[in-house]
Ligand binder design. Structure first.
Ligand SMILES: Nc1nc2c(ncn2[C@@H]2O[C@H](COP(=O)(O)OP(=O)(O)OP(=O)(O)O)[C@@H](O)[C@H]2O)c(=O)[nH]1
Ligand SMILES: C[S@@+](CC[C@H](N)C(=O)[O-])C[C@H]1O[C@@H](n2cnc3c(N)ncnc32)[C@H](O)[C@@H]1O
Ligand code: SF4
Ligand code: SF4
Length: 363
C-alpha cells in the first residue's frame, strides 16, 4: 500500500506509526465517527461564497463514485471503521438522479444509521416525500435570506420560492428536526439575520449562522470582510436574548444558544453559530470526508487528498476491503490539528486556501 503523502503545509506530526486500532483515529487523539460524503460537485446555484458565476468544470460522470461504490464505502465505514452517522452533501445532492435509490440502499444495509442531507432546497418540494420514504432521517436546508432580491444577489438565481416550498415539504414529510443554514455577507443580508431567526422560531426550525470561510472559488474571502460570530450575536441582540444551551455540544460545529425575547422566560427555540474562523472547534473534530470522486479529505481545509476510488475499481475481493480500510485509516492518521495546518489560524499569514472550493470538497 502506498504511504500517505504528507504535504508539508498539512502539518500533522510525522513519523509515529498508526496504531493497529479499528477506527479512524488521528495523531491528536481524535476519532472520526461522522462521515460526510459528497454525492456530486455540480450545483444549480452560484452562491458567491462558494461558486464562481460561470460554475466550475464539473467532474465527468465516470469519475464520480457510483451508487454501488457509495454503498460499499459506507458499509466499510460503518461495519469496520466506527462511522456512526452519515451526512450526504455536495455540490447539490438533489441534482444526483439516483439519490433516492442511494438512500434506499444505504437504509436497507444500515437500518439504524442516522442519514442526513444538506441541500440548497431547489427542487426539494417534489422530492421530499420520496427521500423520507427511502429512509432519509432528517435534512438541513441552506437559505440565507427571506428577501428575493438579496437571495438573487447571493445565489445568482431566482429560486427563493422553491427553497421555501422545499422546506415546508420536508417538514411535512417528517424530515425534521429541520435545520436552516445561513451565511451572512456584509452589505447584502446581515440586516436580515434577526428576521430570519424569527421566521425559523415561529416554524420550529433550528437556524444556524455560519461564518464565511475561505473556501470560495473566486478567492474573494478576507478576514476583515467576513461577519464574525461575535457580530452575528450582536445582530440578534436587539430582538432576542441569547443564553448558552445547557445541552452538550458533543463535537458539533454549531454552538447552540437558547433564544428568548428580552425580559421573558419563555423559551422560543435555539439558534446555532458555526464559528469556524473566530471560534474554531477543531480540537473535538469527529469528521471524515469523502469527495464525490472518492478521495478522503481528513480536514475541510486539507490540501492532501487520498484516493480510495482507484482501489475500489481494482477488484472487489475481501482483501481489497482491507486495503481500502487501511488507506482510509492512514489518511485520517495524517489529519492536521486544525484547518489543514498545525494551528487554528484561518486568515493568518501562513494560511494557504485549498485549491478546491466548498462545493468541490463537499461542504
Ligand atoms: N470548519 C468546519 N466547518 C464545518 C465542518 N463540518 C461542517 N462545517 C460547517 O457547518 C456547516 C453546516 O453543516 P451541515 O452540513 O448543515 O451539518 P452539521 O451542522 O455538521 O450537522 P447537524 O447539526 O448534525 O445537522 C457546513 O456547511 C460547514 O460550513 C467541519 O468539519 N469543519
Ligand atoms: C457546500 S454546501 C453543499 C450542500 C448544498 N448545496 C447546500 O448549499 O446546502 C453546504 C453548506 O456549505 C455552506 N458554505 C458554502 N461555502 C461556504 C463558505 N465559504 N463558508 C461557509 N459556509 C459555506 C453553505 O452555506 C451550505 O450550508
Ligand atoms: S453553497 Fe451549496 S447551493 Fe451554494 S453554490 Fe455551493 S454547493 Fe451550491
Ligand atoms: S477545519 Fe478541519 S479539523 Fe477543524 S473542524 Fe473542520 S474538518 Fe475538523
Amino acid at each position: 500500500m502506498p504511504a500517505v503523502p504528507a504535504a508539508a503545509h498539512d502539518a500533522a506530526p510525522s513519523g509515529a506509526p498508526r496504531p493497529a486500532t479499528a477506527g479512524l483515529v488521528d495523531q491528536f487523539g481524535r476519532t472520526a465517527s461522522d462521515m460526510r460524503l459528497s454525492l456530486t460537485d455540480k450545483c444549480n446555484l452560484r452562491c458567491h461564497y462558494c461558486m464562481p458565476e460561470d460554475g466550475l468544470e464539473w467532474l465527468k460522470k465516470s469519475k464520480l463514485l457510483t451508487a454501488g461504490e457509495i454503498v460499499r464505502l459506507v458499509g466499510l465505514g460503518v461495519d469496520r471503521l466506527g462511522v456512526r452517522e452519515l451526512r450526504l452533501t455536495g455540490g447539490e445532492p438533489l441534482v444526483r438522479a439516483d439519490l433516492v435509490e442511494i438512500i434506499a440502499a444505504l437504509r436497507r444495509n444500515h437500518p439504524s444509521l442516522p442519514i442526513s442531507l444538506t441541500t440548497n432546497g431547489v427542487g426539494l418540494a417534489r422530492k421530499a416525500q420520496a427521500l423520507a420514504d427511502a429512509g432519509l432521517t432528517r435534512l438541513n436546508v441552506s437559505m440565507d435570506t427571506l428577501h428575493h432580491d438579496a437571495f438573487f444577489q447571493l445565489t445568482r438565481r431566482p429560486f427563493l420560492d422553491q427553497v421555501l416550498a422545499g422546506i415546508e415539504a420536508a417538514a411535512a414529510a417528517g424530515l425534521g428536526p429541520i435545520k436552516v443554514n445561513a451565511v451572512l455577507m456584509r452589505g447584502v443580508n446581515e440586516g436580515h439575520a434577526a428576521e430570519l431567526l424569527g421566521w425559523c422560531l415561529e416554524r420550529g426550525y433550528e437556524l444556524r449562522f455560519i461564518e464565511q470561510m475561505p473556501l470560495d472559488a473566486d478567492h474573494g474571502w478576507t478576514r476583515d470582510g467576513m461577519i464574525t460570530a461575535a457580530e452575528i450575536r450582536g445582530l440578534l441582540a436587539g430582538d432576542f436574548e441569547l443564553s448558552p444551551d445547557p445541552r452538550s455540544r458533543d463535537g458539533a460545529p454549531a454552538e447552540r444558544f437558547e433564544v428568548r425575547h428580552h425580559g421573558s422566560g419563555e423559551l422560543l427555540g435555539t439558534v446555532g453559530v458555526i464559528a469556524s474562523v473566530t471560534e474554531p472547534f477543531c480540537a473535538d473534530c469527529r469528521r471524515t470526508r469523502i469527495t464525490a470522486e472518492g478521495k478522503v479529505m481528513s480536514c475541510l481545509f486539507s490540501r492532501t487528498e487520498i484516493d480510495l476510488l482507484e482501489l475500489l475499481r481494482v477488484g472487489d475481493s475481501p482483501a481489497d476491503d482491507n486495503a481500502v480500510a487501511a488507506r482510509w485509516q492512514d489518511a485520517m492518521w495524517a489529519k492536521p490539528r486544525a484547518h489543514g495546518m498545525g494551528h487554528p489560524g484561518l486568515g493568518d499569514a501562513d494560511f494557504v486556501q485549498p485549491e478546491r472550493s466548498m462545493s468541490a470538497i463537499g461542504g
